[in-house]
Design a protein around this ligand. Sequence first.
Ligand code: GRF
Length: 206
Amino acid sequence: MKNIVILISGRGSNMEAIVRAMESEGWPARIAAVISNKPEAKGLEYAQARGIPTAVVANKEYASRAEFDAALQETIDRFAPDLVVLAGFMRILTAPFVEHYAGRMLNIHPSLLPLYPGLGTHQQAIDAGDKEHGATVHFVTAELDHGPIVAQARIPVLPDDTEDTLSARLLVEEHKLYPYAVRLFVEDRLSIEENGDVRIKDGALA
Ligand code: GRF
């Protein structure tokens, strides 16, 4: 049974998708906690309603990034996580924090990485005239939105797409992609090769 800690900053719809898939597919895992850096994060309400332990480590209350990350790490580790899942967690993390969770922290980013790290990904894809947009689940490394790629979802960019329509269509795919990737981790089917590629071990997913 693997312990998963999910970090959110807002709506938490990816967190919800993971909780739902875990419960309906019966993964050998449990959500040990949902932790937010924002007390007002909507996703906390969903977690609480499901009886999932929640915690807030408010970045505003810390003078430096290092102090915040240290407090966050202490809170996360109280739940003995096998996996830390960043689900719309809007913070740049320090290298020691990322190192501490090396190989056991995943993030979802709304672009086809290595394209468009950082914010504003949907508009960037539209402005560039891309035919395709997408989302990426990757292991977290110290460099923002880099790190070994586990899986990607692709959608077409339509001629009349706006940032809103494109992000809404992509979110639907994120809600399938992230549970898929987390499940692979939970089932011990992911390994990171020496060259940084992620290998997915065989085995049918239901
Ligand atoms: C998603 O688009 C995710 O890719 C990005 O932030 C958004 C989070 O949405 N990292 P939610 O909080 O999971 O609803």
